[in-house]
Design a binder for this molecule. Sequence first.
Ligand SMILES: [Zn+2]
Length: 375
Amino acid sequence: MRNPGSNGKKFDVKINFDKIVGQQHVKQLLQQILEGGRLAHAYLFSGSEGTGKLATAARFAQAILCENAEETPCGACKSCLQFTSGNHPNYMLVYPHPKAAKDVEKQSVVQMIKEKPYQVKLPWNAPQISIDSIRELRRNLGLKTFGHQRRVIILLDAHKMTREATNAVLKVLEEPPPDTYFLLISSDQENLLPTIISRCQLVQFNNLTDEDILQSLLAGGRGTESELRLVARMARGSMRRALQLVETGAGEMKEVGVELLRTAFKRYSEIAAYGAEIAGKYERPQLKEILESLILWLRDAFLLENVLQAQAEANLTNPDDQEKMQKFVSNFPQFQYRSAIKEVETGIRMLEKYVQPAVVLIVMMGKLRKYAIKP
Ligand SMILES: [Zn+2]
């Protein structure tokens, strides 16, 4: 059994980061921390949504508690079995929830973290971490630890603590109980009190690269390479978005985007009808994805028209659509791609500003049509 001492002794421990996407620098850092046997009392896992903070924190927590001295978390020792079954006596998870949260809802959160750590969505509207949750935590911290000594607490969405809860946590962090380690997680560090941040060692998560996302989706057998390359581009660094796109169908979003472009060159009555139809069929976030995929498609077409063939081909987001794009490029030799892309970007901003979706789409198509003709 590993001695969780504070003597700084090196251990031959290797953390198993299976299924944690990218973030090599974080993996290295956590590996060094555990090897050195010198854990700080509090870490702040900070970064955008979908970059793997919770997935990594859960794995790190299990590794800290694991009794195996080599490959950790081993998944087989008593501690690991307790951890995966969701009732480790020395592991606590604090997350925002309303006072009246049902047990079944709370269980669903624990289940999600275990099964889909990149897609955890709390089942409540704008929940907060209340003082009650922190009082319960402090009561638990007052109890004697069970078995081996270490204790780990994950505070999910730490920026959603109420002021009272923040002050209570601050007190704990100022005088942390021995062998107790806090992993705070936040995608909104600016809304954390500086005094909290200064008590924590910062572990910064970067947006994932397209390649990291692509490789993870491929390994998970989530589709063909050309489909997934599009998903990876559209995900903009977030594994959460990537998995959502796989589920909602990035291919479909792209088809609709291209259809909007095609319809822009038809009669005005058809533009209005199609705009209204699509606005009625999809929710605002999906409409944004549709427009984002249209931007990627237009960029591809622009590359095909303006860059040497081989170079363009190597850089296409939608290689499967090359023939369609070539056709578009030769049908509209004067098409002003830059202005068109700006127009679609404006459409996205309008959707964000809660302009009527049908209006956004119809106006956008009307303008796209103009960019095919030289002014
Ligand atoms: Zn273990």
